[in-house]
Design a binder for this molecule. Structure first.
Ligand code: DGP
Length: 148
């Protein structure tokens, strides 16, 4: 229970991911949920802001980036509000691991046989502009050798 207390929840979900050993109770998590009301990606996940969905399951939502930087540019976001890579912990790392099992499936579906890049920007120096952890999947054309 102590571990579950540290994992953020998201609106509309009461109990989730029993297969991953995670379980949420909205009553005890309400305060955290309210803090997410201004989060752009939480609004996209809830459908309040439209997006072009590429993939969804109980833990992750993936959609096309509004400003694509490659032929294929998809964002993968945990439905739980995790602010950034700095907020990844032993308690929520299973969500991140799950995203990294979904990415290759989606990459295959999108025909990225020649490869791709997965990026997460973190903080000011990382040029993170949306404070909800997300992973960029970039591919469909030759990417530059440099990353920064
Ligand atoms: P970052 O800069 O790493 O925080 O990436 C945020 C990305 O989110 C950026 O590539 C543009 C994308 N983005 C921002 N607002 C929206 C939106 O309203 N819809 C979609 N689909 N993508 C957005």
């Amino acid at each position: 229970q102590e571990i579950l207390r540290n994992i953020p929840c998201w609106p509309g979900k009461e109990q989730l991911a029993p297969d991953l050993g995670l379980c949420y109770n909205m009553r005890t998590m309400k305060k955290e949920c309210m803090n997410m009301s201004d989060c752009l990606f939480c609004k996209i996940i809830s459908g309040d802001i439209p997006s072009t969905k590429v993939y969804e399951d109980e833990l992750v939502y993936a959609f096309r980036d509004i400003h694509p930087q490659a032929s294929t540019h998809v964002l993968f976001v945990p439905k739980a509000h995790i602010p950034d890579a700095q907020a990844i912990t032993a308690e929520n790392a299973r969500l991140v691991a799950h995203i990294f099992t979904v990415i290759p499936q989606v990459a295959r579906q999108l025909g990225l046989e020649e490869g791709y890049r997965v990026v997460t920007n973190c903080g000011k120096h990382g040029c993170q502009s949306v404070q909800h952890l997300h992973f960029h999947l970039l591919g469909g054309n030759q990417l530059s050798e440099t990353m920064a």
